[in-house]
Ligand binder design. Structure first.
Ligand SMILES: Cc1ncc(COP(=O)(O)O)c(C=O)c1O
Length: 383
């Protein structure tokens, strides 16, 4: 009620993804569930309990705001880690609430230490080092000063982790760059050991790195896209298929997106359908209007190219996708009625629409499409 579409999240698919990924990283490595971007569009309030049910108690987010929202639904034993934005005022909140956070420059480090002194409470920090991604992280030349600073202030922080992030482990074209990053991370880690400053854990891998470069797994993996049942890239999928037998993908999409037919109407041959002149009816046609448009996350780029499922048949989007609606061609599908289920992503009878075909048609990454699904579409967990 009161919604034009809804999303179903499959508990069974999630469990199966986690089982597969845990099998890859082994018993000794921790699983951090990356839930930034509203848990890649799946909804933080759905994914946190599902992950906890599956034995995961570490979560990674980008910002303090995301950590704040996640804390609302996390169980007391679970831990949250901020990998990106945290301004000075938020550092106090993070330390006070035992939130772990990345420290990648001296100003944040200084701020963390000063706040810890003031609160008389240790900051839980992960030192991020720059190994070649060139986004955030201490560079090698800063390590000497960093060591001195850390030693001098050791009573004000818990050194939770030493970490880095790879520059595109999902693509073979970055192979050399990733290898160099792994080597530099090892060198930096040795530097820390020589100075007797030891992190509780070392972590570097995202989904693609863990799936294709086993030596990046270390003590923890920050799994984003793969836990939601998507391969980071076709290359990653091919790499795993080379290693594993069978034709079934071990990762299963857990999201389905559904709506219903709002209006059915007939259009005479020679009439344009929708805004402008992008679709001309070349025969008498029957069309259905679906109450999902680009404001709801269905890209305008899918005008005249997208597909949905109705009555177990694949039907094409015709005309331009508008802010709140799309129109589909049901001329050859008998019996369609107002209120019929429309599957935008997911399965209906024997047919299925995945995210990848969707992304190819609208030239989006699966990451993009998922995180752009508006938070106000209701999400339900199904078996
Ligand atoms: C620092 C960091 N770690 C881990 C991840 C998770 O990546 P993926 O979704 O490819 O597993 C991200 C995502 O962008 C990230 O920025």
């Amino acid at each position: 009620m009161f919604n034009t579409s809804y999303i179903e999240i499959s508990r069974k698919a999630y469990r199966s993804n986690i089982r597969y990924l845990k099998g890859i990283i082994g018993k000794d490595a921790k699983f951090s569930s990356v839930i930034k971007g509203n848990a890649y569009g799946h909804g933080v309030d759905n994914i946190v309990p599902l992950a906890e049910e599956a034995g995961i108690n570490h979560f990674s987010v980008f910002s303090a705001k995301e950590a704040y929202d996640a804390l609302d639904v996390m169980s007391p034993g679970s831990q949250i880690m901020i990998m990106g934005l945290l301004d000075d005022a938020e550092i106090e909140w993070a330390i006070w609430n035992d939130v772990e956070f990345f420290v990648f420059d001296f100003s944040r480090l200084q701020q963390a230490i000063e706040t810890s002194k003031r609160l008389n409470k240790k900051a839980r920090i992960h030192i991020e080092v720059e190994t070649g991604f060139n986004r955030t992280g201490f560079v090698y030349d800063e390590l000497k000063t960093l060591m001195a600073f850390l030693k001098k202030n050791s009573e004000y922080f818990i050194f939770k982790g030493l970490c880095t992030h790879y520059a595109g482990a999902e693509s073979l074209s970055n192979y050399l760059r990733i290898k160099n990053q792994i080597a530099l991370f090892r060198k930096i880690n040795r530097y820390f050991s020589r100075h007797a400053i030891t992190p509780e854990i070392k972590h570097t891998a995202c989904s693609a790195a863990a799936l294709t470069y086993p030596n990046t797994i270390m003590d923890m993996v920050r799994f984003g896209i793969a836990q939601y049942g998507f391969w980071p890239s076709p290359e990653t999928q091919m790499f795993r298929f080379r290693k594993e037998t069978g034709n079934e993908s071990p990762l299963r999409r857990m999201i389905s997106w559904k709506s219903k037919v709002m209006v059915i109407k007939k259009v005479k041959a020679g009439e344009f359908i929708g805004y402008g002149s992008s679709y001309l009816a070349n025969k008498n046609m029957k069309i259905a209007v679906i109450p999902v448009g680009y404001a709801n996350g269905f890209s305008r780029a899918l005008s005249n190219t997208g597909r949905v499922l109705i009555r177990g048949r694949r039907v094409p989007v015709i005309g331009t996708v508008t802010m709140n609606t799309m129109t589909v061609n049901i001329t050859d599908i008998p019996g369609v009625e107002r209120g019929d289920e429309v599957v935008i992503i997911g399965k209906q009878k024997r047919l299925s629409i995945g995210i990848s075909s969707f992304c190819e048609m609208s030239d989006q990454l699966n990451y993009q499409l998922l995180t752009r699904l508006p938070a106000d579409i209701p999400r339900f967990i199904v078996a």
